[in-house]
Write a new protein. Structure first.
Length: 255
């Protein structure tokens, strides 16, 4: 697991405050795909529990795994009693109990490629569902986006996480669907998009940026400078394209 993957704990409270939660449409999409009641789930990289509470508040018994102690402490403040928490990276989760659903919300790209899908499969019931969701928050106004890009350029070339397998952004099937299609463990791979717009103040948008790994790994002085530069070019309020890309797959039956 990379240093960027473990950089979030220092801003756990900001992560909770400034990152938007997940809409009920995500829950509905996963359950419609499952086609049957899902009673138990394991979450990979739960962070502060943005997705955890979406599923747990609708009756799913969630086991939330998260390697960062500060993030997990923040999660425990916000989730219902049917959530069990485990401080562990996904690679350290040992198979034992099997779940109807294993899912990751904006976290799967931090897991190790080697053995990823066999580990997921080992945690799923036969015909159990795997779900991954996420997507960057992009400034909806092209002129504002260009101004922010220019402001950050001396410090950060790009603040997005590249596709882990190098899939071009114009390819119809995106990662991790590309890997799932090649995996011997999974079938019925589907990709869909939940369209979403979010409006927030300039201050809150910079607060969101303070939780993005590309900025978190900067020296503190540089981080403050780039945020100051960005604030200067932002309007009072910004609109964000915050579409959620959802990948779904079903574990094959045991032989």
């Amino acid at each position: 697991m990379s240093g960027r993957a473990l950089s979030f704990g220092v801003v756990a409270d900001a992560y909770e405050r400034f990152r938007p939660g997940y809409p009920v449409e995500l829950f509905d999409t996963v359950m419609a795909y499952a086609g049957r009641p899902v009673r138990s789930a394991l979450e990979i990289g739960a962070g502060t529990g943005k997705a955890t509470r979406l599923f747990a508040r609708r009756g799913v018994a969630v086991t939330a795994t998260e390697p960062d102690e500060a993030m997990l402490a923040e999660l425990r403040k916000h989730v219902p009693a049917n959530v069990r928490t485990v401080q562990a990276a996904f690679e350290d989760v040992r198979p034992g109990e099997r779940y109807g659903l294993v899912y990751a919300a904006a976290a799967l790209h931090w897991t190790d490629e080697e053995g990823r899908w066999s580990r997921v499969a080992a945690l799923l019931e036969p015909r159990g569902v795997f779900a991954s969701c996420g997507g960057p928050l992009r400034l909806a106004d092209a002129a504002v986006e260009e101004a922010v890009r220019a402001a950050r350029a001396p410090f950060v070339a790009s603040d997005e996480v590249p596709s882990p397998d190098g899939t071009p952004p114009d390819r119809e099937m995106q990662w991790p669907g590309t890997e799932l299609q090649q995996s011997e463990w999974f079938t019925d791979v589907q990709q869909s998009v939940i369209e979403r717009r979010v409006t927030m103040s300039a201050h809150d948008y910079v607060g969101y940026l303070s939780t993005v790994s590309a900025y978190l790994v900067l020296p503190a002085a540089e981080r403050e400078r780039v945020f100051g530069q960005i604030m200067q070019v932002l309007p009072d309020r910004v609109e964000l394209a915050a579409d959620i890309t959802v990948h779904l797959a079903r574990r094959r039956e045991d032989d």
